[in-house]
Design a protein around this ligand. Structure first.
Ligand SMILES: [Zn+2]
Length: 228
């Protein structure tokens, strides 16, 4: 890229379905993202980036400190800070008194193993909680996937597939539980109307506190696994 840019990382994404050039912050990768309907809009995107440089760099600077996956580092797990520990050998990761222990054979990627261990833990809890809400509400989901989503914590497709962000395992359990109840309630009510909220609140009580937690701590969840 030849244009002179402000002093922060920018990623250009061409998305034909986008209606206009827009900017956002990718908190997980800690960079600005310019979304372009077509590559020919790059000049327009660069002007927008220059115009909004203060806002973008201010936003990037106030992100919580990264919590990289490295031995001795601290990450958020179920709402608590735990220390990552490396152990020689193989086998499943385990939690022990404030530590998350990752078996990692010589030459294997510790960060990669930690990420996969967190996804496995997330899948276990999300499946358990979703099943329990589905049973209570007398409904069923067809599949459950866990991914690194960046726009939504959870979603529910028309075919009954639930999709969640693995990062929910880093949030307190009542927050993860609320997101499961929310998506399971969408199996019955495909909207956010009063009947939908009545189902959610039947399962988890008031949804206000977990929703606020997610709003206020989103960038902290995205700092988990971010590189320094
Ligand atoms: Zn919803």
């Amino acid at each position: 890229m030849t244009t002179t840019h402000p002093d922060f990382p920018i990623r250009y994404v061409v998305r034909p379905r986008a209606r206009r050039v827009s900017l956002r912050i990718d908190a997980a990768r800690r960079e600005a993202v310019a979304v372009l309907p077509h590559a020919r809009h790059k000049k327009r995107a660069d002007k927008l980036i220059r115009d909004k440089a203060d806002w973008l760099s201010g936003h990037l600077q106030t992100l919580p400190p990264p919590m990289p996956f490295e031995p001795g580092g601290q990450i958020l797990l179920r709402g608590q800070m735990v220390e990552l520990a490396r152990e020689a050998g193989r086998g499943p990761a385990r939690e022990e008194e404030g530590a998350f222990i990752i078996p990692c054979p010589k030459g294997a990627s510790f960060a990669g193993r930690t990420g996969r261990a967190l996804i496995a833990l997330a899948r276990e809890s999300l499946t358990l909680q979703s099943h329990s809400h589905a049973q209570a509400l007398d409904t069923k989901f067809t599949a459950l996937t866990v991914r690194d989503t960046n726009s939504r914590w959870g979603s529910c497709s028309a075919s009954g597939r639930l999709n969640f962000s693995w990062r929910l395992i880093c949030a307190p359990m009542d927050v993860l539980d609320y997101v499961c109840a929310h998506e399971v309630a969408h199996l019955i009510e495909h909207n956010h109307g009063p009947q939908f909220w009545a189902l959610v609140e039947k399962q988890v009580g008031h949804a206000k506190a977990p929703r606020r937690w997610l709003r206020e701590n989103a960038s902290t969840l995205f700092a988990v696994g971010a590189e320094k």
